[in-house]
Write a protein that binds this ligand. Structure first.
Ligand code: ADP
Ligand code: MG
Length: 701
């Protein structure tokens, strides 16, 4: 077999004519022998095992059972009928059911003879059943050579319609292996194979389709998953290293007057250990002559602002300007106020630029930017308009990265000879495994420690019927001078209904907390912006006690006096949204509370979400659970990345393999960065193919 057999079009395979080849191409993207070899089953039917009726569980999927039929009857229900056989073994009894060909089965099935039945288990009432089982007399079954595990390949509706069955796919793969078996070239170095106890490529590629036993299947799967994750890590790490050597950045080797003066004389508090570590990482990045592209993750309130400020000071010490971009005007204003306060006594010039800055002031800012007298510019998207020209932008800090597109970030780069260092800050934690596999081109820093003295937000789950107790708790908090948020879901598909819920809620709250003693604000998406701002302002300034709102309050508001967050229909919110909403309270010195209100009926997943919220306030733990519940598809930032194209590994379930693969990749790149050792030839070959960007598995073999 020639070494390029993998590129042979599937049309050449015996048994696949042009029509079927066309269908396989269109439906499954299978073009070549290589594609077919790497078309992995998504499950297996294990006919090496026999189950006892007494062991059955409802989700047992396909099982094989030995027993005998003791009774057969026809059951009529209205116009339809079914044939039901009572089937038993020494542990219990179940039913076999036929809807089609009832007469045939009724006549041909033998009572009191041992059969082997095989099929999917269902349950009706207390009785297990199997509809249209595969059946064979036990004595014939025993005489026949046992087939082991049957692979089940992914399929589509079209394929099923056009008679491309699993049997057909199995035959194709069998035919393929009769031609190519043993001709895969090893891709992994012997050292890694040994240390990870991996089976070789040929064994794995055969066993994954035709496993001899569950054990050899597991070994094959492990090897192939490891290989897939290993090469993804190799590529990410390689890209990252290339970026660092190729893309030059300004060298901030000076840690000078401004940084030191501020650090020694103006820090309003001692930095947490995590903040110190992150500042060190940033300093190290910017002092190497390479370009910094760093993601800073830290929960709401973990103290990212001070890190941003210290980063800006490093730029100023080296004769550069810096900017901080926020996604909304409110956030930009808050940053501006905060940074101004921090740097009040330092003589550093700071300006705020947003859409609402008047033309005259704008001109002043533009001039100060261009002549270099302005040190730090804080603002919204207004910062990246073409008219805004820095004299020398050294650092760009971007807050809440998911609201800025990549293209917008790139715009900043155009203003300089070298790209400014970029620090992206986000309060939406990304699980480590995901970050590791998605943000390969970014370095990551984490603030995983809250400033001391924070009171943990107390979170409870309450059912709707306990509403009166919740109301009296609200009354107590208001009596103590606190303010309350009450949030309703707003989901586009049911907007009208949600709106009704919100208005009903507002009415009942207004009745429960009547004027003039109580003041209630309401904010939602159907209001005019002026009205929204007016109501918002009344709550922020403490004129109203309760804010009834949809999730519009998720971003931006900072009301330290608000101590209670009540989330209505909490079961309808996703975990990250619940976490973001809870982050609106707990900003002041008082004990804060989050109350999750739900009805009685809850799905299993909703229960898990609520339990998670009650159990922890750690954004990273919450993000991990979210990833497990939802899978990577819906998580921030994954959509554009290659992670969804994983062929065999699962980013949620195979985290151990991911860590092992990453470590092996780091080791390899450290010992042989250019992959020059003969034993790494296979790795080099795969990497070159990957860089030619022609897809992944096609060329991994
Ligand atoms: P976020 O990460 O949400 O942007 P901030 O930077 O706004 O958090 O910080 C939240 C609050 O915590 C601010 O009032 C800030 O002054 C305070 N803070 C930050 N770091 C510390 C620290 N090390 N010790 C005490 N308070 C801190
Ligand atoms: Mg912040």
């Amino acid at each position: 077999m020639p070494t390029n057999f993998l590129h042979t079009p599937i049309d050449y395979l015996q048994g696949i004519g042009p029509a079927k080849a066309k269908l396989l191409r269109a439906e499954l993207g299978l073009e070549t022998y290589g594609d077919l070899a790497n078309f992995f089953p998504n499950r297996y039917i294990d006919k090496t095992q026999y189950y006892k009726i007494g062991q059955l569980v409802p989700d047992a999927a396909h099982v094989q059972i030995i027993g005998k039929i003791v009774h057969i009857k026809t059951v009529e229900t209205g116009k339809t009928s079914r044939l039901v056989a009572t089937f038993l073994d020494d542990t219990g009894q179940m039913e076999l059911v036929w809807f089609k060909s009832q007469k045939y089965f009724k006549d041909s099935l033998k009572l009191n003879e041992y059969y082997v039945v095989f099929g999917k288990i269902g349950k009706f009432g207390n009785t297990f059943n199997m509809a249209h089982p595969d059946m064979e007399l036990y004595k014939e079954h025993r005489a026949r050579k046992q087939s082991a595990m049957t692979p089940i390949y992914p399929s589509t509706e079209q394929l099923t319609k056009r008679q491309i069955t699993n049997k057909f796919m199995v035959r194709c793969v069998q035919q393929l292996y009769s031609e190519i078996r043993g001709s895969f070239t090893e891709t992994l170095p012997a050292g890694i194979m040994q240390s990870q106890s991996l089976v070789d490529k040929n064994t794995a590629m055969f066993q994954v389709h035709f496993p001899d036993s569950n054990e050899s299947l597991q070994q094959a799967l492990y090897r192939l998953k490891f290989e897939e994750l290993f090469f993804i890590q190799m590529e990410l790490l390689h890209q990252n290293r290339m970026r660092k050597t190729r893309i030059k950045g300004y060298d901030f080797e000076e840690v000078g007057a401004h940084f030191n003066d501020f650090y020694n004389n103006h820090l309003p508090f001692e930095l947490t250990g995590a903040q110190k570590r992150v500042v060190k990482e940033i300093r190290a990045d910017m002092g190497t002559g390479a370009h910094m592209n760093r993601l800073l993750q830290g929960d709401v309130g973990s103290g990212k602002t001070i890190v941003a400020v210290l980063t800006c000071l490093l730029a100023i010490d080296n004769g550069f300007q810096s900017c901080i971009m926020a996604p909304t005007e409110i956030l930009a204003q808050q940053h501006y106020a905060g940074v101004q306060e921090l740097l009040a006594d330092t003589g550093i010039k700071i300006a705020l630029l947003t859409g609402s800055v008047k033309t005259k002031n704008r001109r002043v800012i533009h001039e100060a930017l261009e002549d270099g007298s302005l040190n730090i510019l804080i603002g919204t998207h207004a910062l990246i308009e073409d008219k805004v020209k820095f004299k020398n932008l050294g650092v760009a800090v971007v807050d809440e990265q998911h609201r800025f597109g990549v293209a917008q970030r790139a715009k900043l780069w155009k203003k300089n000879t070298l790209p400014p260092h970029v620090l992206v800050m986000t309060a939406t934690p990304i699980p480590r495994t995901l970050a590791m596999s998605v943000y390969g081109d970014l370095d990551i820093s984490v603030i995983d420690e809250l400033p001391p003295g924070r009171k943990e937000i107390k979170t409870v789950h309450r059912y709707d019927k306990n509403r009166l107790a919740v109301f009296s708790f609200i009354r107590e908090e208001i009596a103590l001078g606190r303010q309350i948020y009450m949030v309703y879901p707003l989901i586009e598909e049911s907007e009208t209904l949600d709106y009704k819920d919100l208005m009903d809620g507002f009415e009942s709250i207004s009745r429960e907390f009547p004027l003039p003693e109580y003041q209630v604000s309401i904010v939602h998406g159907r209001m005019k912006p002026e009205d929204k701002d007016y109501e918002m302002e009344r709550f922020v300034s403490g004129k109203t006690h309760i804010m009834v709102a949809t999730t519009v309050i998720e971003v931006g508001v900072n009301v330290p006096n608000a101590s209670v967050m009540i989330i209505e229909s909490a079961e309808r919110f996703g975990l990250s949204q619940l976490h973001q909403l809870r982050g609106r309270v707990g900003r002041g010195a008082d004990q804060s509370y989050c109350i999750l209100m739900t009805g009685h009926k809850l799905s299993k997943e909703a229960k898990t979400r609520l339990e998670t919220m009650v159990a922890t306030t750690d954004g990273f733990k919450i993000a991990e659970v979210d990833l497990q519940l939802r899978g990577p598809g819906d998580m921030t930032g994954t959509r554009q990345s290659g992670i969804m194209a994983l062929r065999i590994a699962d980013i949620v379930k195979d985290t151990d393999i991911l860590y092992a693969a990453r470590e092996a990749a780091i080791d390899l790149l450290n010992t042989d960065p250019k992959l020059e050792q003969p034993e790494n030839e296979g790795v080099l070959r795969v990497m070159s193919f990957l860089q030619s960007k022609k897809g992944f598995w096609k060329y991994i073999s």
